[in-house]
Design a protein around this ligand. Sequence first.
Ligand SMILES: Cc1cc2nc3c(=O)[nH]c(=O)nc-3n(C[C@H](O)[C@H](O)[C@H](O)COP(=O)(O)O)c2cc1C
Length: 347
Amino acid sequence: MIAFKKFIKKLIHNAQKCCWPVAVQSRFLTRLYYCFFDRSFGYEQQALLKAKLAYFRNGGVQEKSSSLLRRNIHRLEKGLIMEPRRDLFALDYIQETVETFVKASKSEGFSTSELNWAFSVLTAYFNAIKLSNSIVKKAQKIFLSVESLERDNCKPYCSESRVNHDVSYDSLLALSKARRSTRWFLDKSVEAEKLEKVVSVASQAPSACNRQPFEFVVVEGESFRKKVAKLPGGTVGFSDNIPCLIAVVGDQSYYPMDRDRHVIYIDSGLASMQFMLAAETLGLSTCAINWPELEKLDEQVSKLLKLPQYKRIVMFIALGYAKPKGGIPFSDKKTAEQLIYYVKEND
Ligand SMILES: Cc1cc2nc3c(=O)[nH]c(=O)nc-3n(C[C@H](O)[C@H](O)[C@H](O)COP(=O)(O)O)c2cc1C
């Protein structure tokens, strides 16, 4: 039966291959190809539509956070630090911003730090802008209807006031070299406090408009963890040996525009990198695990992890204490010379 399935798969793949030279001739033919000969993107496209629907249904406010509020507050901060700063800006989205702020402030369990940030920046905006403008006046009236928040110190500041650090180039290089994908772990669980520390570093990563559309879902319970760890094909041979399994999940409803459909992967990837380096500083080791875009697997994992279709698995991360005698592949790295490429106009 397995051999027969493999044979059919190969047959389909070969038939698809024959279509490629024709399908690439125009975008229309490419679309036809993906419509009739290859359904690989079907599930993902449906997820994108579900994400749009979720975004517009909830007005850009997710459970404890709001992608719309985060985006607009970020845009206001950029307006406030602009050199030179304009007398009037954000007229096209200030009302939407204050309305979302009001909605968020009434939403139970909404992140207080996000509200404080929004409150601080909106206060700074209304202090900086010409209040005589009718759009600004109207927005300010809505803003003032919300009770003043305790903290008002989350607004733009000067570069020289940034947090100091004592990480040298050499120590960062050493940390980068020390981090190696680890597949053999001690039978020892990862402390929740350490995981929180690791995620706190991951949270400092850049993300588009500071939306931070990711979550780190910890798969709990030994047998459940083993079951989930088997889903991504890349864990063959070591799936039973992962003491802590994290699903990095990107919420596609944070980016309702098709043009931004890849951003959850970029944001989550950057945060995951910081996650993995932070783990290393606490004596923990990691292995990123690929999540293939396969409809059946997606359906299975969504069911198991109780995720709506628009929350996408970006990758898994295996986390734990490395077994000292466990093997590590050498994994040669490309040199900077290989990776840097300069380009000039008219080259
Ligand atoms: C997105 C991504 C997916 C990966 N998927 C797997 C995987 O499924 N199984 C695995 O054993 N390693 C996986 N790895 C680990 C890579 O094999 C590893 O990063 C690479 O060989 C370089 O080795 P290093 O991480 O030790 O530098 C993945 C890494 C990344 C970044």
